[in-house]
Design a binder for this molecule. Structure first.
Ligand SMILES: Cc1ncc(COP(=O)(O)O)c(C=O)c1O
Length: 393
């Protein structure tokens, strides 16, 4: 048996929907994008949803729309996908890496405050793997320093904190529809926000900077002759082909979430006996989005072993699991350890012990809605088998 890390779930409804743009011939951004946006707005409760080609381009749009630019600093977690930091670089701003808590993988307020300067313009909290960041204290802190908050909710569809869907706490929030995410369009992203003016700017920036005319026509003229271009925009438009799939996927988003949650809870119950592994904790008031089920090796279970030894041991476990038919991945990157950021930002990976431990000790287990009982049992069983075969570090 081979259990992949993910397996997207498509059904006849998705296949039928994708046929429609092919049949009408309208395959670029059009009516399906509008329907997909409406579906995500309804699911999250957001006032506005603006589709784009990925969460990466969504984060870029968000920072551009908020006026982040050269000379500005943007606080980002050191443990995240590279796009979080890249969005600041795209705007000529400087991403400032902040360490994370290696227990829950999210950035801490103390780390953000430690890296804040007079140049800090924005902060991008990341709801990593679907676990909401504690937004209450973060929003108060950001407001007291006049910082924009852009939520990286790439992993956050279905994640709710105290009754509010993530992505709705800051100025805007950005979702991803990559196949490793709960709902997928192949590639795709969505920026949600409450402010109509911000939504208009996001729409303008994603479409080459074009916007509808601001003044009435002095003589009869079709609107397409009066489009205005007064911003430097991009082409970050999602296609109707992708959005048709998104519409189908959103129709079953709640079902997908329920299935993912059930599988996550089953892992947590089945892995209780393994004292060398810590399962993700779900704090009170939180609905986890379960984009990934990421366990971590507990250093306390191996007294006297240093981090490098444990990381090398985790790597051996991953290789052995792959050979045993279980695909795993590290949670995500310690961006602070990657060449581009070390050199360009002048950071020392050792200054980010939380991110280093999070990357080196984490294991994302297979999690997807069509995971079967037999597949999940195989993953659980092989964790013990492989531990026995590899031996302790
Ligand atoms: C935290 C985080 N931010 C941003 C992204 C980028 O998403 P996309 O692949 O849609 O550009 C990802 C994707 O893995 C992510 O995990």
């Amino acid at each position: 048996m081979y259990v992949p890390i993910t397996r997207p779930w498509f059904d006849d409804e998705d296949f039928a929907l994708i046929r429609e743009p092919l049949e009408t011939g309208w395959i670029a951004q059009g009516p399906f994008v509008a329907r997909f946006e409406a579906a995500v707005a309804e699911f999250t409760g957001a006032a506005h949803a603006v589709a784009c080609t990925s969460a990466t381009t969504g984060l870029h749009l968000a920072l551009a729309a908020l006026g982040v630019g050269p000379g500005d600093e943007v606080l980002v977690p050191a443990f995240t996908w590279v796009s979080t930091a890249n969005s600041a670089l795209f705007q000529g701003a400087t991403p400032v890496l902040c360490d994370v808590d290696p227990h829950d993988f999210n950035v801490t307020l103390a780390a953000l405050e430690a890296r804040r300067t007079a140049r800090t313009k924005a902060v991008i909290p990341v709801h990593l793997f679907g676990l909401p960041v504690a937004m209450g204290p973060l929003l108060d802190w950001a407001a007291s320093h006049g910082l924009h908050v852009v939520e990286d909710a790439a992993c956050g569809l279905g994640a709710v904190l105290d009754g509010t869907h993530v992505g709705r706490f800051g100025a805007c929030g950005v979702f991803s529809f990559h196949p490793r995410k709960a709902v997928t369009t192949g590639e795709g992203g969505m920026v949600v926000c409450e402010d109509a003016g911000l939504a208009d700017t996001l729409r303008q920036l994603r479409a080459h900077g074009a916007r509808p005319p601001s003044t009435p026509a002095s003589r009869p003229m079709p609107e397409f002759l009066r489009i205005e271009y007064d911003l430097l925009g991009f082409n970050y438009r999602l296609t109707d082909l992708q959005a048709a799939l998104g519409v189908g996927q959103m129709r079953k988003a709640a079902r997908i979430q329920t299935l993912r949650q059930a599988r996550a809870e089953a892992y947590t119950a089945a892995l209780q006996g393994l004292d060398w592994l810590a399962c993700p904790a779900v704090p009170a008031g939180v609905t986890h989005g379960w984009q990934s089920y990421v366990v971590r090796i507990r250093p306390e279970a191996f007294p006297g072993r240093d981090l490098d030894t444990l990381i090398a041991w985790r790597d051996r476990l991953m290789l052995a699991l792959e050979a045993a038919g279980v695909s795993t991945r590290p949670g995500t990157h310690a961006v602070s350890g990657l060449a581009l950021y070390r050199e360009r930002l002048g950071v020392d990976p050792l200054d980010f012990p939380g991110a280093r431990a999070a990357e080196g000790l984490s294991l994302a287990l297979p999690l997807f809605p069509t995971l079967t009982d037999a597949e999940q049992a195989h993953v659980v069983e092989q964790l013990s088998v492989v531990f026995g075969a590899v031996g302790p570090p």
